[in-house]
Design a protein around this ligand. Structure first.
Ligand code: IMP
Length: 428
């Protein structure tokens, strides 16, 4: 079972970090293949809590080689901050590999991210402001700067000049900002080069060889299915492919090498930023879910929007990603509700939809059709086997499994690595 892809099934923050970390001790490589420091994984190990934004969660497991693939956009200032902070707490980061073909988030990308959001006004996306969209836009426009360019000063200068040519006109004439000086950017980026050099690798080749040796490689998706640039709730999405196929393009691995696809799904739903959210609760129930689940962003600290579990979304995630296993997280957050609604279909202008509506306008108008399940009051945070869960909690999990299109192989009952009920081994 060498290659496993792990993705988020909803709008992110499903607890992928914990799932990766739980597998960590048994895997040889953990690869981040999309996104940048817009991600936010919280991993709790013993009494220590780690918030990771750019580094793959595998960095916390001794022996694992963490990898940043070509599909990632890298803010090198943030990379050093994270490495320094982890090193200060005794975490060894020396095995980290960074793809020579990954793109760099330059200081002008953050400026543009913030300024364009402001100009969008009511139509804003609610981005993390980390420069993710503008960095990917440059990649697609073929004016991006890649990690390998940092080792050729004259190429770097040419590329930065090319990237800033139009942007400076835009910044000054449209957005009324200061122009960004080419030399300043070049100096900043060159300043990162020497420290970066030993980490730079041909990631595709390295992973291909690892798989040939039958080593276990875990591809960890950033963000989630409904934030995918192609399959998410466009335009309220991130700018990369967060679905399973993104692991292939974002790390240079062919589809036929992937053996298992695990999607992490929360026992209810959350979302940050703007965009449609059919089961959203804007009342005291929503606030209770937010408080009980600690639903505040790891990256931005923003309160997350909250709502009930949506089986239409998990069925969609199962189909788009080819999910073989779900990991259901935060079941413990639902303890204490008398009855728990689950969205089983949508009503769109009087028509019942069992599957994700084809058009975004229909999704905006979707009203949840709920089925109700009896809740439980027992504390489940210490439970480690499915049979020991309260009967109603078992029924809830089994009902979600029947509706969601793939088996639920693990259930999270608390933030700690150990607080998991395993039903099927993800690695066998
Ligand atoms: P961007 O990725 O910063 O461009 O933001 C685009 C959208 O994706 C916004 O709605 C963000 O809130 C959302 N987003 C980006 N990263 C994450 C994440 O790790 N978890 C949840 N939402 C995210």
């Amino acid at each position: 079972m060498p290659a496993i892809v792990l993705v988020g099934a909803q709008w992110g923050d499903e607890g992928k970090g914990k799932a990766t970390d739980a597998l960590g001790a048994r895997v040889d490589y953990v690869v981040k293949f999309n996104g940048g420091n817009n991600a936010g994984h919280t991993v709790v190990v013993g009494d220590e809590k780690y918030a990771l934004h750019l580094l793959p969660s595998g960095i916390l497991t001794p022996g694992v080689t963490p990898v940043i693939g070509n599909g990632v956009v890298v803010d090198l200032g943030v990379l050093w901050q994270e490495i320094d902070a982890l090193s200060a707490r005794g975490v060894d980061c020396s095995k980290l590999l960074v793809s020579a073909s990954a793109h760099v988030i330059a200081p002008y990308h953050q400026v543009l991210d913030k300024v364009t959001e402001r100009f969008l006004g009511k139509r804003k996306i609610g981005t993390t402001g980390r420069g993710i969209g503008p960095a990917y836009a440059d990649k697609i426009n073929r004016v991006g700067v890649r990690i390998q360019d940092l080792f050729d000063e004259s190429i770097l200068r040419q590329k930065v000049e090319g990237a800033l040519d139009q942007k400076n006109h835009l910044l000054v004439k449209v957005y009324n900002r200061r122009a960004v000086a080419v030399e300043e950017v070049v100096e900043t980026l060159l300043g990162y080069a020497e420290r970066l050099r030993p980490m730079v690798a041909d990631v595709s080749l390295e992973l291909s060889r690892a798989l040939d040796r039958d080593e276990i490689v875990l591809f960890e998706g950033g963000q989630a299915t409904l934030l995918d640039i192609d399959h998410g709730t466009y335009p309220f999405v991130t700018s990369s492919n967060a679905t399973a196929a993104g692991a292939c393009t974002g790390a240079g691995i062919p589809p036929n090498r992937i053996d298992r696809i695990v999607a992490v799904v929360k026992a209810y739903t959350t979302r940050v930023g703007e965009g449609p959210f059919p089961t959203e609760l804007l009342d005291a129930d929503g606030e209770k879910l937010r408080q009980d689940g600690g639903e505040f962003g790891t990256t931005t600290g923003r309160p997350r929007r909250t709502g009930w579990y949506d089986a239409v979304i998990s069925r969609y995630a199962a189909r788009i990603n080819g999910v073989t296993d779900f990991v259901l997280t935060k079941l413990d957050t639902l303890t204490g509700w008398e009855r728990i609604p689950v969205c089983v279909a949508y009503d769109v202008d009087g028509v019942r939809h069992e599957e994700m509506p084809m058009s975004q306008s229909d999704f905006h108008h979707a009203r949840p059709v709920y089925e109700f399940f009896d809740g439980w009051t027992e504390d489940i945070s210490g439970v480690r086997s499915f049979a020991d869960l309260p009967k109603n909690a078992q029924s809830y999990v089994e009902a979600l499994e029947a509706m969601s299109g793939a088996r639920i192989s693990a259930v999270g009952v608390g933030p700690d690595r150990e607080q998991t009920v395993v039903r099927h081994d993800l690695l066998s």
